[in-house]
Design a protein around this ligand. Sequence first.
Ligand SMILES: Cc1cc2nc3c(=O)[nH]c(=O)nc-3n(C[C@H](O)[C@H](O)[C@H](O)COP(=O)(O)OP(=O)(O)OC[C@H]3O[C@@H](n4cnc5c(N)ncnc54)[C@H](O)[C@@H]3O)c2cc1C
Length: 439
Amino acid sequence: MAVQAEPSTATRTVRRPPAAAPTLVEADLCVVGAGIAGVAAALTAARLGRRVVLADSLPTLGGQAVNSVIGLFAGLFSNGFDGYQLTRGIADDILRDLDAQGALHWRRGPPHKVVLYDEIALARWIEEAVRNAGITVLLGAVMREVDVEGQGRIREIRFAHRCGDVRVRAQGFVDASGDAALCWQAGFACREFGDGPIYGTQMVVLEHVNEAALPTREELAAHQHAMAPRYGMLRRDGFAFPFVGRGIALVNMTHIETPLEPLAFSATSLEGRHHADKAVAFLKGEYPDAFGRARIRTYGQPGIRQTRWIVGRQQLTVQQVRDGTRFDDAIARTAWPIELHSHAEGYIWQPFPPEHMHYVPFGALVPAEAENVVAAGRCIDGDAAALSSVRVMGPGMAMGIAAAHALDLAGAGSVQQIDTAALVARVRDNVEGEGPRYA
Ligand SMILES: Cc1cc2nc3c(=O)[nH]c(=O)nc-3n(C[C@H](O)[C@H](O)[C@H](O)COP(=O)(O)OP(=O)(O)OC[C@H]3O[C@@H](n4cnc5c(N)ncnc54)[C@H](O)[C@@H]3O)c2cc1C
């Protein structure tokens, strides 16, 4: 109801104080990066009773899972038509709550079972879960400096925020930045791919898609392969996944470079949208029955796969992935293929047989030079091919959960010296047993 009053004309004059002190926040754990791995770490730590700060340079939570509109949980189920769930914890809660809202769509194998999600529902789930857990969020904050003392112990991170500077002091830190930004800023050794770019993708969501007329994934890929040059498309083997019943399709058909240099990084989103428009022109031009009325509902933030990652005290190798090596300190598992986007026109895709499983050792999450930092998500240590098979969201959540438990066990001590058996016992459900199948 409208308020019946004269509008106030009051103003006051203000000026920035000459020495505006940064805001200081103290916590048990500071998680840098609010993607799926960082959110898993923050929620797990909060459930362990820890005071948590969750920081991200974006103004929103959810990282790429939400903002790049990835739209599909991969690596979360074992292979086969009706695989079982491999990562539990927050994955259970997300699937239960989104399923209840009708915000999931299952795609069953062979070879994989994956689940599409409504990114808006996931965003709101994360926001409410973080709010209810009492986690302090610091959004739109970019790391400026990292204080390291002694033998690789981070003491404090200084962030720049549009409203002023913020210092976060904590006992433990999780690098869930995807680009190993915390370890890089701290001066710890990092890795990059030594053989050219690993391509990212500009995702788009199309609406008003006629699902009944959609080509199969194989047909679409073969036709893109043939027609890509005519439409000026760099990549020649993408796909468009329908969210059945909603007239929506997730389009993953571009390859874009995602360099970690500020100006080139910034140009990426313009370049990506340009390429995405070409992909949509191809879909409309070649499949008018399916896509003739389609419109782009959303362009995601540029999707970044592999850029820079930590030098861990152990590196996961592609041979260990292929062998399904079961490490004593395994904290995550997946059956996802090797999926290395190292070629502009396509990507290396090597799926595994139904019974295959591979594991992530805790050693690959621990920066070799750090005392109180654990990495989680797409910036843990692996060779490029091994990393490509574990950087998806199913194992990403398991890594976040493990990172929180490891730093909880470390307390004020060193994460290099925790009782690994105790850690493994805490995360046993993520490496053993069969989770739900969602019939
Ligand atoms: C196009 C594309 C398609 C994919 N498809 C699938 C799929 O279908 N299914 C699947 O499971 N996985 C898929 N993946 C992989 C998966 O999406 C990602 O690997 C996963 O989401 C990574 O999660 P993360 O939490 O490790 O990192 P991110 O989601 O990248 O989160 C990292 C966060 O850290 C923040 N950050 C970075 N630097 C700083 C800094 N200096 N200061 C503060 N904050 C910082 C970022 O803003 C970001 O929010 C895909 C990836 C891409 C790019």
